[in-house]
Design a protein around this ligand. Structure first.
Ligand code: AMP
Ligand code: MG
Length: 398
């Protein structure tokens, strides 16, 4: 049996970066930048402006009572130079008139009639945001190699950049196989079950930053599987197949991969999800996942997600890992690394993990209720109550 690390390393050796494409900033959120920095096209802010509603003046004229010599709002053109000994009413974001060096907030001012204002002493520069204070024109602004966040797209926007180069989303062909599968929403004939893997794999592809391409599900039929794999390999960057990879009489996925390309079949020391078919067709990686829906999702997390991220230039699983203490003993297979479905909570004395429900590889609701996978290593016969394990957070902690 291969370890999770060995299997991952072999799979990752097939990760070819997708090319860069230019997208509008409107579509850039969540995309992975293909450049490590951008050059500021303008100063940010582009002119000195007020950070408060108040009065612009010269600090040297205060404290005192000053005549009002006009008003400037956000979006107004620059006023003429401020006469010494006067003040102008100014709004947040409005340009500081030449000659003024400070702003006194409206809350600290007292009107004297309609056209004079009494102001306390202030420090020169108060409430003035200097031109280029945040970024100077021509400055290199680094972009982290991670999906663009709302704040980062805002930075790009403020720099005057309307388009950004990002990695093309890897297209992942998704194929569910099995004679027993019916579409969700269809009624079940005898012996049928609803296909849960097509939607879960498509959702996981999206979550990892890829674009799913769902192929019509096929039965346990070698020719049909071959036809789908041929189509998928022609149109996608990689293929993910569920079901039919094991050693049953009707498990044809391995033969199909073998006939169309190269196949590696591995038993991986992981629980759930021992059998995994890996290969390539026309240079496109193909991963055959076990059909049990929990196994399919866990092995997707361990192997498909990292491959997809590798194609985007991203390292690792992109998950937060925390050390969590298990509160209940959960038996497992000693030879395999278990990924227990748990609910992790933050307690006063650290992270705690509780099993989210039954740990069977078809018990989807426990996976849905879980917010983490708790990693109990090979060589242990159980996850022990009171012991601390690595928890892979699949989402936020309540
Ligand atoms: P297999 O990997 O084909 O041996 O399937 C293992 C188990 O997973 C069987 O009980 C299948 O019925 C079930 N299974 C296979 N594919 C799916 C699917 N797409 N959705 C739900 N269950 C599935
Ligand atoms: Mg099957």
């Amino acid at each position: 049996m291969l370890s999770v690390e060995e299997a991952r390393a072999r799979i990752l050796s097939h990760a070819r970066l997708t090319e860069a494409e230019v997208v509008s900033l409107d579509d850039a959120f969540g995309r992975v930048p293909a450049v490590s920095s951008v050059v500021a096209a303008v100063d940010v802010p582009p002119f000195a402006n007020s950070s408060m509603d108040g009065f612009a003046l010269r600090a040297a004229d205060l404290p005192g009572e000053l005549p009002l010599a006009g008003e400037v709002a956000a979006g107004s053109p620059m006023l003429p130079a401020l006469e010494p000994g006067t003040a102008v009413r100014i709004m947040t974001g409005a340009p500081i008139p030449p000659g003024a060096d400070s702003v006194v907030a409206v809350e600290d001012a007292e009107m004297v009639g309609d056209d004079r204002v009494r102001l306390p002493a202030t420090e020169a520069g108060s409430y003035v945001r200097a031109r280029g204070h945040d970024t100077q024109r021509g400055e290199q602004v680094e972009l982290a190699l991670e999906p663009l966040s709302p704040a980062t797209v805002a930075v790009l926007a403020s720099l005057g950049i309307g388009q950004v180069e990002v990695r093309r989303r890897p297209v992942v062909a998704i194929l569910s196989t099995g004679d027993e599968l019916a579409a969700p929403g269809d009624s079940l004939a005898e012996g049928q079950i609803h296909d849960a893997n097509t939607v879960s794999m498509a959702a996981s592809v999206r979550e990892a930053g890829g674009e799913p391409m769902i192929l019509p599900r096929v039965g346990d039929d070698l020719a049909a599987i071959e036809g789908s794999l041929r189509e998928g390999s022609a149109r996608a960057d990689m293929l993910v197949v569920s079901g039919g990879v094991s050693v049953g009489r009707y498990d044809h996925v391995r033969s199909a991969i073998e006939r169309l390309g190269e196949l590696d079949f591995w038993r991986i020391a992981v629980q759930p999800g021992k059998p995994l078919a890996f290969g390539s067709i026309g240079g496109r990686p193909v991963i055959g996942l076990p059909g049990n829906p929990v196994s399919a999702l866990v092995t997707f997390e361990l192997f498909v997600r990292v491959l997809l991220r590798g194609m985007l230039g991203l390292a690792g699983d992109g998950r937060v890992h925390v050390p969590a203490v298990l509160d209940t003993t959960v038996p497992k297979d000693r030879d395999r690394r278990a990924y227990l479905r748990v609910v992790v909570r933050s307690e006063a004395d650290g992270w705690q993990a509780t099993p989210a429900g039954g740990q069977g590889s078809a018990q989807l609701r426990a996976l849905a209720a879980a917010n983490a996978l708790l990693v109990v290593p090979e060589g242990e016969a159980a996850g022990e109550a009171g012991a601390r394990y690595d928890a892979v957070l699949l989402r936020g902690v309540r």
